[in-house]
Design a protein around this ligand. Structure first.
Ligand code: ATP
Length: 283
């Protein structure tokens, strides 16, 4: 039996540049990981099936699941003669902007690679990953990176300065496609400080880091769901050094340097958000 962890990601930045001819948006984003993990196990089967065990109301256990798609791609591409039973234990909230599905898929690529002794490099897995989803290439490494293109072109960065992260997932669902659909690129008045964020990471400057967060999709999702703005304000009032929506939302995260601050933010969120997690930045 092989085990893999699938950590959640957050966006320190997300800058939408333009819409491409293929329909995707060209983006520039700095992503990192936090210590909130789905757990997957992999076991070879005697037949050639892919069996996905998952008990979750909103997550499919068939070919629609990204972890299943990853396993299938590996079986087909490398002509594997045995199937796999994958058990998926979910902790990352669904459709949250935390790339839970993408991280599960990345774990499936790594897990299949180990289970069948394929000895593929992370670089090769990352290229395969881009065939099924934009964020999966990043999740293969699970390390802080500047991600360009539609998210699959990675430049790795050092670990950001040590931080506490409080995640608040409001009880609403947001479709990434709807958010990109409602995005107006010409009214892009707020600059996302990507280069400043890179400097903050490279110089391990926490103060600069908390002043270098930005997400172009935030105003779009806030217009649909004003609760996101309320959560940001609540985090700042509760003592967070910065607060931002991750990805296309709706999860909002706060950054804090001290555990005491993080606990105070968690307290401030009581009564306005049921799903709250206090974790460390993994980087
Ligand atoms: P992103 O940040 O990349 O936009 P997300 O966190 O918003 O991702 P996910 O939780 O990854 O969204 O999944 C969104 C949808 O994808 C779900 O509604 C679910 O039906 C489907 N899905 C497919 N595979 C998975 C998986 N392994 N875990 C969760 N959802 C999955």
């Amino acid at each position: 039996m092989i085990y893999e962890n699938a950590p959640a990601k957050i966006n320190l930045t997300l800058d939408t540049l333009y819409k491409r001819d293929d329909g995707y948006h060209e983006v520039e984003m700095i992503m990192t990981t936090v210590d909130l993990n789905d757990r997957l196990s992999f076991e070879k089967r005697k037949d050639k099936k892919i069996v996905l065990r998952i008990e979750h109301r909103y997550v499919p256990n068939d070919h629609r699941n990204l972890a299943y798609k990853a396993a299938k791609l590996m079986m087909d591409r490398y002509n594997l003669q045995q199937g796999v039973t994958i058990t998926l234990d979910k902790s990352i909230p669904i459709a949250a902007g935390l790339a839970g599905g993408s991280s599960d898929a990345a774990a499936a690529f790594r897990g299949m690679n180990r289970l069948f002794n394929l000895n593929l490099s992370l670089e090769t897995l990352s290229e395969l990953a881009a065939e099924i989803g934009s964020d999966i290439s990043f999740c293969i490494y699970g390390k802080t990176a500047l991600c360009k293109g539609r998210g699959e072109q990675l430049t790795h960065l050092p670990k950001p300065p040590a931080s506490w992260v409080v995640l608040a997932k409001p009880d609403i669902s947001v479709s990434t496609a709807d958010v990109y659909g409602a995005l107006k690129l010409d009214d892009d008045d707020t600059e996302v400080p990507t280069n400043q964020c890179i400097t903050a990471i490279e110089t391990s400057n926490y103060h600069l880091l908390v002043n270098s967060l930005g997400n172009d999709l935030e105003k779009v999702t806030i217009e649909m769901h004003p609760v996101i703005k309320t959560l940001k304000e609540t985090m700042i009032k509760g003592g967070a050094d910065a607060a931002l929506m991750s990805g296309s939302g709706p999860t909002v995260y706060g950054l804090m340097s001290r555990e005491r601050q993080a606990k105070s933010v968690v307290n401030a969120l009581k009564g306005c958000c049921k799903e709250v997690y206090m974790v460390r930045l993994l980087g």
